[in-house]
Design a protein around this ligand. Sequence first.
Ligand code: ACO
Length: 428
Amino acid sequence: MSETARLIIGENAYEFPLVKGTENEVAIDVKQLRGATNGVITIDPGFKNTGSCESAITFLDGEKGILRYRGYSIEELAEEASFLEVAYLLIFGDLPTRDQLSKFLADIRDNSIVDEEVKKILDSFPKSAHPMGVLSSLTAALTAFNPESVNVDSEADMYNAIVRIMGKLPVLVAWAMRKKQGLPLIYASERLDYVDNIIRMMFLKPHKEFFINPIIKNALNKLLILHADHEQNCSASTVRIVGSSHAGLFVSIAAGISALWGPLHGGANQAVLEMLEAIKADGGDTKKYMAKAKDKNDPFRLMGFGHRVYKNFDPRARIIKKAADEVLNDLGVEDPILEIAKGLEKEALEDPYFVDRKLYPNVDFYSGIIYRALGIPVEMFTVMFALGRLPGWIAQWREMRLRKEPIGRPRQLYTGENHRSFVNIDER
Ligand code: ACO
């Protein structure tokens, strides 16, 4: 293959270098396009064909259904690793040694205190507030309580910012849930590991003995790993672009949380469960909802189906579907919506509309069923996604800053009015 791409505009031909990734993906390097062509730009709403950066964190092949963090397959990580090991891997590039992992955990625990004043902000939110709104506000508020900006040229500064957010976010997540349930706000325990602490902070009841159910721990560990990163998705790109203005880590993460909330992104896990409940309440008629999803005059979409990148299958959905079966079985939970979900999947996979458009279940299709079996309220589903995605956002932010990427500032093609003269208000 030629090492350049040729672009012909009218009489003129231009050559642009091709760059290759480590998995042989090819990109046309258009950095010089505007300068060379006297102002021509590319236009690509939704970035369907545009790489925003080079990255060494996550590789995914949507056609083959491959997902790897730093080279390790998602299947192996979900089976073998702890969430904190995966977090370390994503952020720093390699699996930690035992010593590195214990230091990381100890540093995170040492930094998990959230200023008591933050409770006043939490108190000022209405009880009806969605926990995602609460989480994104409180994460942004952390900046006010931790005003020192991160010196990204100092490894120690960077590390401290990372362990601070890794320590504090689970506390905020648990507080958002406990506040809604009228439970006292608590902190992490220094005796527990990262995932055990999440479970304890979310579920501890003041009047009950607390113990960790290994089934719940394993399931949560797996879900957090499966959500930990997904290269340049909407929220990760948001974190990178906000951070590219040299805004701090906490606000960049807060922006990522807001981006994740939308129903086309992380908010889909809540939307899936609500959809499955609605189908159940409507008599379980999956065919009716399949027809609605295919009707172009109906805004209804089959939530949890389709993906911008996966056009074969989402490997995370496979793992989660199996885990949903196991978790419900192990916990002895019978949830009729699991059967509705399986029925919908079967119909969709045989339906030409979905087959032709390569629409498969995505990570969110089955995750809500597990969260519900674990006793997590529906409004917390996207919050759980945020908790899992935190290391990915940190890794993306850190990589962007270490690579000294320029500020993110896309171009546009102006299609508005040409120059016109001001018209006085009485003459309009
Ligand atoms: N139900 C019905 N039709 C769908 C669905 C769906 N879930 N998803 C896509 N389509 C159709 C579109 O109508 C379009 O049809 P057309 O070609 O006849 O116009 C075609 O499939 C392509 O869809 P696009 O929206 O162009 O695909 P895009 O890559 O922009 O969107 C997205 C991907 C947002 C995930 C989309 O599939 C969707 O809305 N899915 C439902 C929401 C969801 O589950 N989001 C979670 C994604 S995973 C995550 O963020 C963690």
